[in-house]
Design a binder for this molecule. Structure first.
Ligand SMILES: [Zn+2]
Length: 76
Protein backbone atom coordinates (compact mmCIF):
# COMPACT_ATOMS: atom_id res chain seq x y z
CA UNK A 1 0.00 0.00 0.00
CA UNK A 2 1.65 3.18 -1.19
CA UNK A 3 -1.08 5.58 -0.16
CA UNK A 4 -2.15 6.36 3.36
CA UNK A 5 -5.26 8.38 4.00
CA UNK A 6 -6.43 9.89 7.23
CA UNK A 7 -9.86 8.53 6.42
CA UNK A 8 -10.87 5.07 5.42
CA UNK A 9 -12.01 4.73 1.84
CA UNK A 10 -14.94 2.43 1.31
CA UNK A 11 -15.05 2.51 -2.45
CA UNK A 12 -14.38 4.64 -5.47
CA UNK A 13 -17.40 6.24 -7.08
CA UNK A 14 -16.02 7.96 -10.14
CA UNK A 15 -13.23 10.14 -11.41
CA UNK A 16 -13.12 13.47 -13.11
CA UNK A 17 -10.65 15.48 -15.12
CA UNK A 18 -10.07 18.89 -13.60
CA UNK A 19 -9.74 22.04 -15.74
CA UNK A 20 -6.08 22.27 -14.72
CA UNK A 21 -5.39 18.85 -16.20
CA UNK A 22 -5.23 16.88 -12.97
CA UNK A 23 -7.23 13.73 -12.53
CA UNK A 24 -9.27 13.45 -9.35
CA UNK A 25 -11.17 10.51 -7.95
CA UNK A 26 -14.47 10.60 -6.10
CA UNK A 27 -14.45 8.26 -3.13
CA UNK A 28 -16.92 7.24 -0.49
CA UNK A 29 -15.62 6.75 3.03
CA UNK A 30 -16.84 4.42 5.73
CA UNK A 31 -18.32 7.44 7.46
CA UNK A 32 -20.68 7.96 4.55
CA UNK A 33 -18.94 11.08 3.32
CA UNK A 34 -17.95 11.66 -0.28
CA UNK A 35 -14.48 13.04 -0.81
CA UNK A 36 -12.48 14.07 -3.83
CA UNK A 37 -8.88 12.93 -3.84
CA UNK A 38 -6.29 13.89 -6.39
CA UNK A 39 -5.12 10.81 -8.25
CA UNK A 40 -2.83 12.09 -10.98
CA UNK A 41 -1.22 15.48 -10.86
CA UNK A 42 -0.69 17.09 -14.22
CA UNK A 43 2.75 18.50 -14.95
CA UNK A 44 1.29 21.78 -16.12
CA UNK A 45 -0.83 22.29 -13.03
CA UNK A 46 0.22 25.27 -10.95
CA UNK A 47 -1.97 24.60 -7.96
CA UNK A 48 0.23 23.64 -5.05
CA UNK A 49 -2.67 21.96 -3.30
CA UNK A 50 -2.94 19.48 -6.12
CA UNK A 51 -0.70 16.76 -4.82
CA UNK A 52 -1.28 13.06 -5.38
CA UNK A 53 -3.38 11.76 -2.52
CA UNK A 54 -4.53 15.20 -1.40
CA UNK A 55 -8.16 15.69 -0.49
CA UNK A 56 -9.86 18.47 -2.42
CA UNK A 57 -12.78 19.69 -0.33
CA UNK A 58 -13.73 22.33 -2.90
CA UNK A 59 -14.82 19.70 -5.37
CA UNK A 60 -16.91 17.67 -2.97
CA UNK A 61 -20.15 17.06 -4.89
CA UNK A 62 -22.13 16.21 -1.78
CA UNK A 63 -21.79 19.71 -0.43
CA UNK A 64 -22.27 21.90 -3.45
CA UNK A 65 -23.73 24.82 -1.57
CA UNK A 66 -21.77 27.69 -2.99
CA UNK A 67 -23.91 30.79 -3.07
CA UNK A 68 -21.32 33.12 -4.52
CA UNK A 69 -20.70 31.39 -7.84
CA UNK A 70 -22.35 34.11 -9.89
CA UNK A 71 -19.66 36.76 -10.15
CA UNK A 72 -16.86 34.52 -11.32
CA UNK A 73 -18.28 31.93 -13.58
CA UNK A 74 -15.72 29.88 -15.42
CA UNK A 75 -17.28 28.02 -18.26
CA UNK A 76 -14.97 25.31 -19.52
ZN1 LIG B 1 -4.41 20.62 -10.70
Amino acid sequence: MSKTFSMRILRGLSSRLLPCGCLAGIYETYDGNVVTILDERDETCRDRRHVNGNVLPDLCPARASQSRADSTRADR
